[in-house]
Design a protein around this ligand. Structure first.
Ligand SMILES: [Zn+2]
Ligand SMILES: [Zn+2]
Length: 297
């Protein structure tokens, strides 16, 4: 089984900023899109701008006749554009040879209807196409946050997250392995988020967000060229709180993503070292990097 990070930037794609701040030529700056796959089954978490490259890889496999299944399950956390734009602008969605099954909360499906149902007076305002043109999108399925369902070999547990407009986290259990995907979420208070810790308990991999440092969140330190701004209530978390929660949950590997789009990539190593000094050997910790692959035996 592998976890592949197609997009790990938050809020807005930032390729030019990443390049100018020394991204090292590595393709990066795409927004949330993470693949969890194993032979014969592919689950994709969110369809940010990283979904474009994911789709190209799938279509290349299809052209080479090496794609084992044309079914793709898209689990969508929420409809904010940084998690959705790739669905609308990626070629995969329009290819009738694919069968993309979309799983999202009723609120997210309602938002998609407003944007993409041809009968909606607000369709075509933000995007030219509608569901009619999306021949690769097989169906849209409602999932009540907090419920559990199955996708092939995977058991999928869900959790409502604290984020403006609502958001949903997912825990995938495949055989003996568990992977949590839970971004965009603001902790209710500083330190351990007990609900999230319960959801993540004993997971092998937890991908969550650490968009800010504690000082950036409190408005004590600037992020980028502007002045310091308090970010409480924006729906995002601090790296420190995510680490505290992951340690309380006893998870094996914490991966922090949804990087702030103006955070220089080369600074991630500094933050990783700072957090590792706190974590010690209680868990593995890494900053999500676009293009990286985790292989879980
Ligand atoms: Zn986001
Ligand atoms: Zn969001």
């Amino acid at each position: 089984m592998r976890v592949r990070f197609w997009g790990v930037t938050g809020t807005i794609p930032s390729p030019s900023l990443v390049a100018s701040t020394g991204g090292g030529g590595r393709a990066c700056g795409n927004t949330t899109c993470i693949e969890v796959s194993w032979p014969g089954q592919t689950i994709i978490y969110d369809a940010g701008s990283g979904f474009l490259a994911f789709g190209e890889a799938i279509l290349a496999e299809l052209a080479a006749d090496s794609l084992r299944s044309t079914r793709i399950d898209l689990i969508l956390s929420h409809p904010h554009l940084d998690h959705l734009m790739g669905l609308v602008f990626g070629a995969l969605t329009y290819d009738p040879r694919l069968r993309i099954h979309l799983w999202a909360s009723p609120a997210t499906l309602e938002a998609l209807n407003i944007l993409l149902n041809p009968a909606s007076p607000t369709s075509r305002i933000y995007f030219p196409p509608t569901f009619i043109e999306m021949k690769g999108l097989a169906d849209r399925n409602a999932v009540i946050p907090g419920s559990t369902f199955e996708l092939g070999e995977a058991k999928v547990q869900t959790m409502a997250l604290r984020h403006p407009g609502g958001c949903m986290g997912f825990r995938l259990t495949i055989g003996t392995k568990s992977i949590v995907l839970a971004s965009d979420h603001e902790h209710p208070r500083q330190g351990v988020d007990e609900d999230l810790a319960r959801f993540c308990e004993g997971a092998d991999v937890v991908y969550t967000e650490g968009q800010y440092t504690r000082d950036e969140y409190e408005g004590l330190t600037a992020l980028g060229a502007g002045p310091p701004i308090p970010r409480k209530g924006w729906g995002h978390s601090t790296m420190e709180d995510c680490l505290a929660t992951a340690m309380a949950a006893g998870c094996g590997h914490l991966v922090l993503g949804h990087h702030d789009p103006i955070r220089p990539l080369e600074s991630l190593g500094h933050h990783q070292a700072r957090l590792l000094a706190v974590a010690g050997n209680r868990l593995r910790l890494s900053m999500a990097i676009e293009g990286e692959i985790l292989n879980l035996a």
